[in-house]
Design a protein around this ligand. Sequence first.
Ligand code: ZN
Length: 154
Amino acid sequence: MSNLEDLYREIILDHYRSPRNRGELESPPALRVEGFNPLCGDEIVVYLDVTNGTLSNIKIAGTGCSISQSSASLMSAAVKGKTLEEVHKIISRFKQLMTITEGTLEDGSEPEPIDLASMGELAALAGVVKFPVRIKCATLSWNTLVQGLDEIPA
Ligand code: ZN
């Protein structure tokens, strides 16, 4: 397990040091949504371009801790170019990842396995659930994305 945790740590550090899809999009036409996590001081700005039901482009700006910024980077890489339907599926799988182990680790047991292999690099964030105070850091960009998607006219 520790090898896997090392790998996850590497992925998170890599996305923190070299964030993917970092920048801004002209808004409008792009949708601009801001998120803030007062517990940690994380700020995320998500820019979304949706064309014909596809999230054709996404850019991330903002500042914050390594978890919030690497989660935003991982998210942007996971959802860019996907249809909105796929994006919603990825979001719900990620939310499952962030909630499924809550409260199950008090006895030191391993969390219920979910299909991490299907989640690619997002699986790296699975370790965050062991630190409940950081979950809000990890979910900030995702909640901001959801907020943006909700603003897209059907
Ligand atoms: Zn944070």
